[in-house]
Design a protein around this ligand. Sequence first.
Ligand code: SAM
Length: 370
Amino acid sequence: MGHFKLLDVFAGCGGMTRGFLDDGEFVSVGAVEVDRSAAATYAANFDPTGGHTFAGDIADYTNVPRADLVIGGPPCQGFSALGKRDPEDVRNQLWREFVRVVRESDARMFVFENVDRFAKTPEFELLRTAASNGGELADFRTQVFRLNAADFGTPQKRIRTIIIGSRIGPVVEPPVTHAKNPIGDVLRWVSLRDAFLAGPVVLEPGVRDEWFPESTADFQNFQVPGPFKLRDLHVTRRYDLTSEIRYAHIAPGKSRLQLPVELQYPCWRKNPAGASDVLGRLRWDQPAVTIRTEFFKPEKGRFLHPQWENGGEQVNRALTHAEAAVVQGFDERHVWHGTKAEIARQIGNAVPPPLARAVAGVVADRLQAG
Ligand SMILES: C[S@@+](CC[C@H](N)C(=O)[O-])C[C@H]1O[C@@H](n2cnc3c(N)ncnc32)[C@H](O)[C@@H]1O
């Protein structure tokens, strides 16, 4: 077990904690998560007695433990549009709560994760101002990295802004382990074929079940569905025949734009220039595009299973929850709690553990050096 104390706020299902614990130098001493099912997932993986997972609003989190490091990724939809700087805005307050917890935990470092566009928001400037002379985190200095999860062995292109705050000195940029066009010791990006068929978890494309197994558990005196193993999540949806016919027309890398006119929705015909990823099919030989919380709906993006061959077997469905979890870099160790929609949200919101692990490595080096 590691020795640097880790406190995860906005913890979700614990993708970020998973990566930090995999580094080997960290131990989880606290987590805050308002969504009960996500908190139950976190606790099932990292806090078996449920003793240090606070399932509530961060604003009500007062018993802050001492920690070496605070990590957190507030919900990205919480960041207001450019130009809004109303200090009473509840979304600003989430960011302020993060700063408060860093202060109260007496952490030496923090890691703040968010979407790529976060670096262009007023909240980004507020965070940097807090960590400069006269700010609430004046003794911290920040470094900003723009990292792609695919460059760290995740079978997914997912770009994130990672802000590392430190009051004990700088870190180096996490060294990439994978690349689209690798040279030297760097490996090739992990493709969906590698991830689904050659990895430690083999997920056969043929799936019939629609539901997770019947199972509920007590979490802090509430009943939550689960625990579920990765394989329990390998379930599909029921699609109507017209939808399946539509999907059958879409080849890897293509999308709704490939459909014959008679299969297009009337609204698409009126607006042919709309989102081009809708009903998109993934490719076997590449990492997935960024997974979101509704990956199980083909109409929400490029989420159709990559299996599609002329004259061969076609798989005309979106990714299963298990496939999406693998695309996010989870493996069979992670167990899950919640309904289908809740677990999809946990998966789509997570920081890929391999990306978090790469960040953990440089943070651990700095904490060790002091
Ligand atoms: C982007 S997700 C975090 C994902 C997580 N870092 C991971 O790697 O799995 C943001 C999380 O913040 C939680 N959240 C939103 N508002 C909150 C609040 N006021 N207090 C505590 N948690 C909150 C959401 O329920 C969501 O799970």
